[in-house]
Write a protein that binds this ligand. Structure first.
Ligand code: CU
Length: 361
């Protein structure tokens, strides 16, 4: 509230200043005393002041916010994504600084003065070529580099066949996480009135034996250094599966299955140890009274504004070693085993081979 009020006061002050300046300008003009040269010089100084303020403000914001930016990538492909992001940022920031400095400096340097007539300079072929070719080459390089990394991340042939497979389905406003169980195959899903119910939101066909060992999890458990293929879907509107610490983001679209394959490289514990060496993470969290790194958690968030409780679409991601994962796996209960006979119809065709999930490509 205080911030909003301060902001309104600042805006109003600015409006008052502009109006006062405008009024004095009109009155001077009416009196025939308006000094255009002096006004132009003042504008020049103000523009230089703005330039300095803008650069100083940006540098300050960077210094203040850099420590709370995402820590280093916890996935294999994330290293390349970060490199691409950094290269793009460095190039665009450099270009921005040079062009803005030139823009404001020229406005200051060539303001209106006595005896100076503006030089008419309508065209220069060399200049046109230079400022067209250089950005074209740089942008082509950035796009080519980006596409190269993109195709590497989405190279289906290079995928490990033994990857861990997890199905994550988005809905307003939660994530449903399903693991395929021991057989590593998901039970079939059927999207019709008969199968979908409040107790079976995914429309799992319980007559499919492949579904009998599938279990739901409240946290997304992943294994360090073990590739994972996340099969992503949505039940209602567009959502976006976002794992910021792993540089993973993929739309969750109703009716169109998407997926993301990646390799986590740091367990939650290893990330905490790494963060314990970072100054901001060493500061005390007032909510817990402990250093921030101690309660660090990887996060699954929705990155698509999907409704009024969009902000609440969060789940914890836990990365563990294979041994810890196996231990966790032992304690998971398949949904089928907890169902009453009425809810869980017996499989009518036991001989039929297990079909893979409907949403599997
Ligand atoms: Cu969402």
């Amino acid at each position: 509230m205080t911030v909003l009020l301060s902001f309104i006061i600042l805006v109003l002050l600015f409006v008052v200043l502009v109006l006062v300046a405008k009024a004095s300008e009109i009155s001077a003009e009416l009196k025939g005393k308006f000094d255009y040269i002096q006004q132009s010089r003042l504008n020049g100084y103000l523009l230089i002041g703005f330039l300095v303020l803008m650069f100083a403000g940006s540098a300050f914001a960077y210094k203040e916010l850099a420590p709370v930016m995402l820590p280093k990538s916890a996935s294999l492909h994330g290293i390349a994504t970060d490199r691409l992001f950094n290269i793009t940022t460095i190039i665009t920031v450099a270009v921005f600084c040079v062009t803005q400095a030139a823009l404001f400096y020229f406005a200051y340097r060539y303001n209106e003065s006595f005896g100076h007539k503006a030089y008419f300079y309508p065209h220069n072929n060399t200049l046109e070529v230079v400022w067209t070719v250089i950005p074209a080459v740089v942008l082509t390089f950035l796009i080519a580099f980006g596409m190269y990394e993109w195709f590497k991340i989405f190279n289906v042939e290079a995928r490990d066949k033994n990857a861990l497979v997890v199905e994550v389905t988005a809905k307003q406003f939660n994530w449903i996480i399903r693991y395929p169980g021991q057989d590593n195959k998901f039970g079939k899903r059927v999207i019709d009135k008969e199968h979908i119910s409040p107790t079976n939101e995914l429309g799992i066909d319980w007559t499919d034996k492949g579904s009998h060992d599938d279990f739901m999890a409240d946290k997304l458990y992943l294994v360090k250094d073990r590739p994972v293929l996340v099969k992503i879907g949505a039940l209602d509107v567009l959502h976006s599966f976002y794992l910021p610490h792993f540089r993973v983001k993929m739309d969750a679209v109703p009716g169109i299955p998407t997926e993301f394959y990646f390799v986590p490289t740091m367990t939650t514990e290893e990330m905490r140890q790494y963060l314990s060496t970072q100054p901001w993470w060493q500061t005390i969290n007032p909510e817990t009274g402990e250093p921030r790194w101690k309660t660090f958690k990887y996060e699954l968030a929705c990155a698509e504004l999907c409704g009024k409780s969009h902000y609440g679409m969060q789940k914890e991601v836990v990365v563990v070693t294979q041994r810890e994962y196996d231990e966790w796996l032992k304690n998971q209960t398949p949904v089928y085993s907890t169902m009453t006979p009425k809810e869980a119809p017996a499989s009518p065709q036991p001989a039929e081979p297990v079909k893979t999930a409907m949403l599997t490509r």
